[in-house]
Design a protein around this ligand. Structure first.
Ligand code: TRP
Length: 324
């Protein structure tokens, strides 16, 4: 049997995942585990580049995220789920890359400039963020990296790093490609992109009641004040969710436009469909919450598998560089 191609992706340990993470990334990861040799990494070191002040709940965030991964259908028998800092080789490769990559390559990465201004970040590690990401990817010789569009420059830099290393020493690394998939838009309850930091998210872990009450407050077409007013689904964030979860979305669209359908009824129906869609994930989540030892074991086994692969690559890297 031909060896499966390798996939690596990662998420920062933000804690409980929301519908944006689920629809935008996780569902795709679940599909990919059947066709590829997948490594899914919880990048705790990356999270320290911005969230270094309060790390008191870091382990809790890692645990919650692992639970969401498993509840969403990642199968630890089929893919490798692990925590970045459990595999020290990532740090070693990052260090070696930091010797051979010119600083301007990192300074011109768009996320560096943006976040530097936006969040006032200025650390050495923060500049090296994409280089650590390159190490995450290349240490498994990944062929594909499933990520959102915003990450494309990081994967591009990863290819440049691979090329530079291969040219300087020996052909060790393949050049990975991003795997962009078209995801549905998942707006948060305020109409902006769903994001934990905007506090506008609906989590996989939320109860059906909380989900319904969040939806009740969700922004709609500001010109539709009451039932009877014609609505504009094309500018209404609720409608983006309706398209994902309500199978009758075309009928909803028609009835909204005529004014026949009020926002309250629309949202009540949406909550019903959304909660039904999430019920199996939430059920599994509850089961997993009761098994903290199992969660630990998944991460431990994942780290073991990842470490083995990472160590093999590091042997080649060191040989190529004439290191011990
Ligand atoms: N930078 C990614 C993000 O913010 C997280 C990440 C770290 C990652 N290492 C990675 C993603 C390797 C893909 C592959 O989403």
């Amino acid at each position: 049997m031909a060896k499966k191609e390798v996939i690596l992706s990662g998420m920062q340990p933000t804690g409980k995942l929301h519908l944006g993470n689920y629809e935008g990334a996780l569902k795709n990861w679940v599909r990919l585990q059947h066709e590829y040799d997948c490594f899914y990494c919880i990048v705790d070191w990356h999270s320290l580049t911005s969230d270094y002040e309060d790390t008191s709940d870091l382990q809790e965030r890692i645990k919650e995220m692992t639970i969401d991964y498993l509840a969403a259908g990642l199968d630890p028998e089929r893919c490798t789920i692990f925590v970045q800092s459990d595999v020290k080789e990532h740090a070693e490769l990052h260090l070696l890359f930091s010797m051979i990559i010119p600083t301007p390559w990192l300074e011109r990465v768009p996320s560096y400039k943006e976040k530097k201004e936006e969040l006032g970040l200025d650390s050495y590690g923060f500049l090296g963020y994409p280089l650590l990401q390159a190490a995450d990817i290349l240490i498994y010789k990944a062929n594909y990296v499933p990520v959102g569009k915003d990450q494309a420059p990081h994967v591009e830099l990863t290819r440049e790093v691979a090329r530079r290393f291969n040219n300087l020493y020996a052909e060790v690394f393949p050049e990975p490609q991003e795997l962009l998939t078209t995801f549905p838009v998942v707006p948060g309850v305020d109409g902006r992109k769903m994001s934990k930091s905007y506090n506008n998210d609906i989590c996989l872990a939320d109860s059906p009641e909380l989900t319904a009450s969040k939806l009740k407050k969700m922004f709609t077409d500001p010109q539709k004040l009451r039932k009877g007013d014609p609505g504009r689904p094309d500018i209404c964030p609720v409608y983006d969710l309706v398209q994902i979860y309500n199978p009758d979305y075309e009928e909803v669209c028609r009835r909204c436009k005529t004014g026949e359908l009020g926002c309250v009824e629309d949202k009540t129906n949406l909550a019903k469909f959304m909660n039904a869609a999430l019920a199996p994930v939430r059920e599994k989540r509850r089961e997993l919450e009761a098994k903290p030892d199992y969660i630990e074991e998944v991460l431990k086994n994942g780290a073991g598998r990842a470490r083995k692969r990472a160590a093999e690559t590091m042997r080649e890297v060191k040989e190529a560089m004439h290191l011990r």
